[in-house]
Design a protein around this ligand. Structure first.
Ligand SMILES: [Zn+2]
Length: 339
């Protein structure tokens, strides 16, 4: 696990070196292990991320307490990450205003309790998604969160503009606000920078959550460049943003690389991981259907229907996809661990 100081140094180095950390969404021990393994095999630092839906799932499907599930996953990652020679940060993903109370707030309280007892933070950072609100209300909430986060060495992630498509229960708009403007991001800097601490900005540039056929929406990474130039012109080099790329599944390599050149340091990867995981399970089920099923009164094959048989394959397949994400983000071998 990384502490706040190291994490800030990792983000600084990524931005200066034009590479980024994949933020892999996980919902279980197996997917968390796949993320750790993929990062470690790439010798890359990275981010493991839990959404409200992921936390609810991990808590058990009848309880659906997103904070409980997120804490369980985080505690596992704290233990498991110790065995790998890389740094791992733990984030929570999109959290709308009306879910802060049930998700982000209890997790921050948990970190505050741990810190009071001399223990490390539970999560490294949390995202507040106010992109469905007015910019003013979005930033009003972000200001309060950042003040609290700065005291606790927590990183805040916010979003301006709206991402299209659907992720968990967050349904984005399809045309309006798909591109953040330099004016929006100048307002972000004006209001958040005096508070201190560290925040990441998901400024949308035509991103769509989930996978759509090519041509659905036009990505314009140049929007990020314009936002950075405007903020540096007005507030100086120290105000340059740490950007996050949401909704990047299915993006062209050239678009990803261009966004890295403009200061993207974190890229969320969820949909592609889900497919990699399920693809391996599907392969197992089709290949061993007469082992996983009791066909025509037969007894099946315990070795085939033991969940470990296909979950291990899924772990390997997802770890490979994580390695590809690291490569796409120019992150191979970039760990700061022991250097
Ligand atoms: Zn987003």
């Amino acid at each position: 696990m990384t502490d706040f100081k190291t994490y800030c140094a990792i983000l600084d180095r990524a931005r200066a070196g034009h590479f980024a950390l994949p933020a892999v969404n996980v919902t279980s021990l197996t997917t968390a292990n796949a993320a750790l393994r993929g990062l470690a095999e790439s010798k890359a630092d990275g981010i493991i991320q839990v959404s409200t839906g992921g936390g609810a799932f991990a808590s058990w499907t009848a309880l659906k307490d997103s904070a409980v599930g997120a804490i369980s996953i985080a505690e596992h990652v704290h233990r498991a990450a110790k065995r790998y020679p890389i740094y791992v940060a733990l984030h929570t993903d999109h959290c709308l205003k009306d879910k802060l109370e049930k998700f982000v707030n209890p997790l921050v309280e948990e970190t505050e309790k741990r810190r009071a007892n001399g223990k490390p933070n539970l999560f490294t950072g949390h995202m507040f998604d106010g992109s469905n609100l007015s910019l003013d209300e979005n930033l009003e909430i972000a200001e309060k969160l950042l003040a609290r986060f700065a005291k606790n060495d927590l990183v805040l992630e916010i979003e301006t503009g709206a991402v299209g498509g659907e992720e968990d229960d967050v349904v984005g708009e399809h045309s309006a606000k798909l591109y953040t403007t330099p004016e929006d991001t100048l307002e972000v800097a004006r209001r958040l920078n005096p508070i201190g601490g560290r925040y990441l900005l998901a400024a949308t540039f035509g991103n769509v959550h989930g996978v759509y056929k090519p041509g659905h929406v036009k990505l314009r990474p140049n929007v990020l460049k314009e936002c950075q130039e405007a903020v540096v012109r007005k507030y100086g080099e120290g105000a340059r943003f740490y950007l996050v790329f949401h909704g990047g599944s299915g993006s062209a390599q050239s678009e990803i690389h261009e966004s890295l050149d403009y200061g993207v340091v974190k890229m969320n990867v969820d949909t592609d991981m889900q497919y990699a995981f399920t693809r391996a399970v599907a392969g197992h089920m089709f290949k061993s259907y007469d082992g996983v099923l009791k066909v025509d009164g037969d007894v099946g094959n315990k070795k085939a229907y033991d969940p470990r048989a296909y979950l291990a394959l899924a772990e390997t397949s997802m770890a490979e996809r994580v390695k590809k994400a690291v490569t796409d983000l120019r992150g191979n071998g970039q760990t700061m661990f022991s250097s």
